[in-house]
Design a protein around this ligand. Sequence first.
Ligand code: HEC
Length: 137
Amino acid sequence: MNDSKKRNGRFALLALLAALSSAPVAAAIDLRDYDNDLMRDLDKTIKYFEPDITAQNAEAAKEDAEILLNGFKYTEDYFKKKGAADAVEISRKGLQVVGDAIKNIDQNDFDAAAASAREAPQLCKSCHDIYKPRLAR
Ligand code: HEC
């Protein structure tokens, strides 16, 4: 392949990327070092969290909570490094609602714990609405 052809190809790719990144995404940060395996773990865990609480399975619910706390801690640190204050705020709120759920589980107040647990997925979603690229998958 001659050089100018190669360059044209690269130029077309850059143009495409520029077009994609001008899509109405509120915030663009470089996510190449983001831990998607952890996200998938969170995704599995969040599905069991509230059901484990309503089944009054304190041990399982607290295992779920531990994973979710790690997840929100990870996102807090990650987005702090990226200087994304809104994502840090969402992560802290996540730590708070999961922490509240644990406290209520420890006091055998499973209704209150479930109410806290129900707030967690909304926090996942509110961060995704801002920072998760829509076109990626
Ligand atoms: C503060 C921001 C933030 C929070 C909180 C957050 N996420 Fe994410 N999540 C992201 C971003 C950003 C991506 C996209 C990363 C990428 O494109 O590489 C993502 C990606 C994902 C993915 C796709 C992973 C893949 O590539 O297969 C899943 C699933 C997911 N998140 C689940 C969750 C769940 C469940 C929670 C809550 C318990 C959560 N996330 C909380 C920011 C967040």
